[in-house]
Design a protein around this ligand. Structure first.
Ligand code: FE2
Length: 364
């Protein structure tokens, strides 16, 4: 049933298009704790856009802003506001990945080309996925510079929070489009269906959604795809699609080995998180069993816990990081559990709905 997998083993970086990359870089350094390493812009010979490259552990981000109205990112910003543009895959053979993807029906953004500066070369190509989001394929041929061609070192340490990897990246697509995009990842990339949740798993009094998680062969890349489902109120997925004006990346989950420390730091540094009512913690031990963490500490920080047969996980969602209720982040610590917090969906989505109601977007 699966197409042979494309040789894709990990995410290289995630690139966001933002309205003001200089200020966004400050926010990602201070609130999320990323270190800044490199910059590309007019000073490095790139006249039409400015980019900042930041990392924390193996999580690599590029924040890019257009500098001229003619650049396609200016239109991207006008339509979508800030958001994820590219989930870039590190591959060993860009030409082969691109050729296989296009032969299987992917739409091309850019055919293979060489990116080059005095420090060496990268090979690059890209294809479309949902909405205006793309997947680029990148391959370091002989590059010895600080990141990729055009970038020059520009080090500013961040206020580290212990986040270190992209656990999963979630796409929101339109009603009845989830299976289309699940099939896209199976057909184009040879990804497998990892797990799925129907509208009975993810429902509150007012709204619901359906979700299927696709994953690559080594399960280093996990991408849930959500679609809205009918309810008394408007699904948070529908709110996203209206506010982002189309499908796009809803949240990026990042791992930590100490969720209490990470969330404490992020809160102290100004990051806003969703809050869950105290009642969530009243019967937590009965529901979850013994855990290493102090429940009062979890309650104080609003961290949620879920368990499967292999262990448990701790997780929490930030509020959206833009004025539009679109992209947000998840902090996740896995202690054996490979799930996505199914037992927390109701509490998390009720928390989202409280915010949705404040925005006047819960009812049609
Ligand atoms: Fe998630």
């Amino acid at each position: 049933m699966y197409a042979p997998p494309l040789p894709i083993h990990r995410i290289h970086h995630v690139e966001l298009v933002v309205g003001n990359a200089k200020q966004a870089a400050f926010y990602y350094r201070h609130a999320l704790g990323f270190d800044q390493h490199a910059y590309a812009g007019p000073e490095t010979g790139r006249r039409d856009r400015a980019s900042y490259y930041l990392t924390q552990g193996n999580a690599r981000l590029i924040l890019t802003t257009p500098l001229v109205p003619e650049h396609p990112f200016s239109e991207h910003l006008k339509v979508h506001g800030d958001g994820v543009w590219d989930i870039a895959f590190a591959v060993k053979d860009v030409d082969k990945c691109y050729q296989m993807a296009v032969e299987r029906g992917a739409n091309s953004v850019e055919s293979p080309k060489i990116l080059e500066d005095a420090n060496g070369r990268y090979r690059y190509a890209a294809i479309h996925t949902y909405g205006d989001t793309i997947h680029s394929f990148v391959e370091n041929l002989d590059y010895s510079g600080c990141f990729m061609p055009d970038f020059e070192p520009h080090h500013i340490p961040g206020l580290g929070t212990g986040l270190y990897f992209f656990d999963h990246l979630v796409g929101n697509v339109e009603d009845r489009k989830m299976n289309y995009w699940v099939d896209f990842y199976k057909k184009i990339f040879g990804f497998k269906r990892f797990v799925s949740f129907d509208d009975k798993d993810i429902t509150t009094e007012f709204s619901s959604l359906r979700s299927v998680v696709v994953a690559n062969e080594n399960e280093m890349i996990k991408m849930p795809i959500n679609e809205p489902a009918d309810g008394k109120g408007k699904s948070q997925i529908q709110e996203y699609i209206e506010c982002y004006v189309g499908p796009g990346v809803q949240h990026v989950a990042m791992t930590t080995d100490d969720v209490i420390d990470t969330v404490s730091r992020m809160k102290a540094q100004g990051m806003e998180f969703l809050s869950v009512p105290d009642v969530y913690y009243e019967d937590l031990w009965d529901r979850i069993g013994r855990i290493d963490e102090d429940i009062d500490e979890l309650r104080k920080l609003g961290i949620l816990v879920d368990r499967d047969e292999n262990g448990y996980l701790l997780q929490l969602f930030t509020k959206p990081v833009e004025d539009r209720p679109t992209l947000f982040y998840e902090v996740i610590q896995r202690k054996g559990c490979q799930g996505f917090g199914k037992g927390n969906f109701k509490a998390l989505f009720e928390a989202i709905e409280r915010e949705q109601k404040l925005r006047g977007n819960l009812y049609d």
